[in-house]
Ligand binder design. Structure first.
Ligand code: S3P
Length: 449
């Protein structure tokens, strides 16, 4: 997203039952990795179903600046890679806009190269902590210049020869795990990442698919040890990107809370590291039918039939957080329409997403009449099943803080609340789900910009 885009307020109004079938766009995590790994591998990578959101397009531009050739032919993205070890020094700073994944994984990718790379981003990304990536890179011998507090802009210069690392990831973060593994691709010897709590495993699965010598061992307590042999050959692949469960979450929750809804969402990634929200909603009483489970490009995929449901409040265990980390804002909206109280715990990572999502959600819920309490790392929501009194008749706007998932969550809320819900900006929705407005409108949602 250009950094100077004017805010685009939007309002969602109580809608009649949603109906129809949609095909959800490509998974953001897999799309970023497809362009990165394709850009690094020798030969050609052909990608279908790529998410064409701003975040992913920025990763594509960065890979071009690092030497990859990327073009689109019909529906297929064709990436000519440099070969592992063959990235070129970029001539200008790499601008990742709003994208944490793009920027952090790229720091890993270039972190062991003996050239300078500068990474910049928008106002949201420039506030997010980068020390979690810079710390392991420094241990590998990378020189780092960063804004105060290890924020963007960051300039990296890898050592002549990087030292392979054994690194225990201190927080549940797939981005940190991935950045260390990607730096390890250009270091001699074995890089080892110890992951105490399992997070999304797309990097491991996809690197193995590209031919990396990578092994994963899980001990009896669930601690994973990932070993990667550096400087091996990566070979271009054909990738069909499955639909993003984190995007599917918005029409899914909308259909549950808008009475009389019955929708089908096709092509949803069902990797167990990503399905926490679906399980949680089912435990709340959601009518979600998982249809036609199949494999697409080495990943579990299914279609979801979702009908409006009477939801009950639940306690969401902290251990579920990594498998639904991006879904708490929209889960909190579902909880606002559930009978009883929903308690969400273990949410410390929400404070360092595209916004401080814990306070952004709590503030937005309160503005729209929801009874909720924000703790240091918890959120308690006391629901009102019929949405009576919820929303904001005078149009006070939810502050979205440049966060696409806050924007979409509150628009979903407005579809079932008694009064409209207005958000201060919707432009950044294009970072992850450019088709959101068209798809929601096609299902019968009343959303106006
Ligand atoms: C992502 C990892 C998660 C997630 C983000 C995408 C990835 O972040 O929130 O949207 O693709 O690796 P953390 O690694 O910070 O948990």
């Amino acid at each position: 997203m250009p950094h100077d885009t004017l805010p685009q307020p939007a309002v969602a109004r109580r809608s009649a039952g949603l109906s129809g079938t949609i095909r959800i766009p490509g998974d953001k995590s897999i799309s970023h990795r497809s362009l990165m790994f394709g850009g690094l591998a020798a030969g050609e990578t052909r990608i279908t179903g790529l998410l064409e959101g701003e975040d992913v397009l920025n990763t594509g531009r960065a890979m071009q600046a690092l030497g990859a050739a990327i073009r689109k032919d019909g529906d297929v993205w064709i990436v000519g890679g440099t070969g592992n070890g063959g990235l070129l020094a970029p001539e200008a700073p790499l601008d990742f806009g709003n994208a944490g994944t793009g920027s952090r994984l790229t720091m890993g990718l270039v972190g062991a190269y003996d050239f300078e790379t500068t990474i910049i981003g928008d106002a949201s990304l420039s506030k997010r902590p980068m020390g979690r990536i810079l710390h392991p890179l420094r241990l590998m011998g990378t020189q780092v210049r960063a804004a105060e507090g290890d924020k963007l802009p960051v300039t990296l210069r890898g050592p002549g020869v990087a030292s392979p690392l054994t690194y225990r990831v201190p927080m549940a973060s797939a981005q940190v795990k991935s950045a260390v593994l990607l730096a390890g691709l250009n270091a001699p010897g074995i890089t080892t990442v110890i992951e105490p709590v399992m997070t999304r495993d797309h990097t491991e699965r996809m690197l193995a698919g590209f031919g990396a010598a990578l092994s994963v061992e899980t001990d009896a307590t669930g601690v994973r040890t990932i070993r990667l042999e550096g400087q091996g050959k990566l070979t271009g692949q054909t990738i069909d990107v499955p639909g993003d469960p984190s995007s599917a979450a918005f029409p899914l929750v909308a259909a549950l809370i808008v009475p009389g809804s019955d929708i089908t969402i096709r092509n949803v990634l069902m990797n167990p590291t990503r399905t926490g929200l679906i399980l949680m909603l089912q435990e709340m009483g959601a009518d979600i039918e998982v249809l036609d489970r199949r494999m697409t490009g080495g990943e579990d995929v299914a279609d979801l039939r979702v009908r409006s449901s009477a939801l009950k409040g639940v306690t969401v265990p902290a251990e579920r957080a990594p498998s639904m980390i991006d879904e708490y804002p929209v889960l909190a909206v579902a909880a606002a329409f559930a009978e009883g109280t929903t308690i969400m715990q273990g949410l410390e990572e929400l404070r360092v997403k595209e916004s401080d999502r814990l306070s952004a959600v709590a503030d937005g819920l309160k503005l729209n009449g929801v009874d909720c309490s924000e703790g240091k790392d918890s959120l308690i929501v006391r629901g009102r099943p019929d949405g009576k009194g919820l929303g904001n008749a005078v149009g006070r706007k939810v502050s979205t803080h440049l966060d696409h998932r806050i924007a979409m969550s509150f628009l979903v809320m407005g579809l079932a609340a008694e009064r409209p819900v207005t958000i201060d900006d919707s432009a950044m929705i294009a970072t992850s789900f450019p088709e959101f407005f068209a798809m929601m409108t096609r299902l019968g949602a009343t959303i106006e910009t």
